[in-house]
Design a protein around this ligand. Structure first.
Ligand code: HEC
Length: 109
């Protein structure tokens, strides 16, 4: 049992470190910059919003991750920043493939 756990962990680590071939990190980075996501987020440190690494950890292994985050970055919502309600930005694109690319990018941080 213990041995199985170790193997499963090693496999999870290996899968996670494989580059997702379909994902275009440069394009994702450009779009989150253009959409002003980085005023409240950073890849690996908490700003007004959680870091993308933190969100990736939160959703790791969750089947609803793609759906939830796709909605979160395409449907306007309100978030609390310093106790004040602010609009949560959405991605500045009409291209579902570009949205999917960004969500995959966030989830692979
Ligand atoms: C005004 C500041 C602000 C901007 C701009 C912003 N966010 Fe956020 N974001 C937040 C806050 C605050 C939260 C935490 C909300 C919560 O947990 O209720 C959050 C949460 C998130 C989450 C985690 C959602 C979850 O379900 O855990 C993701 C992913 C995210 N934002 C991505 C983005 C992307 C992509 C953009 C650009 C399109 C963006 N954010 C723009 C403040 C911002």
């Amino acid at each position: 049992m213990k041995r199985f756990g170790v193997i499963a962990l090693a496999m999870a680590a290996a899968i996670h470190s494989l580059p997702a071939l379909a994902m275009d990190a440069d394009a994702a980075d450009k779009l989150v910059r253009k959409s002003k996501c980085l005023t409240c987020h950073a890849v690996d440190k908490k700003k007004d919003g959680p870091s993308f690494k933190e969100s990736a950890d939160k959703y790791r292994g969750k089947p609803e991750a793609m759906d939830k985050l796709t909605k979160h970055v395409t449907v306007p919502s309100k978030v609390k920043v310093d106790g004040k309600e602010e609009d949560h930005e959405t991605l500045k694109t009409d291209d579902p493939a570009a949205v999917k690319n960004v969500v995959e990018w966030i989830l692979s941080r």
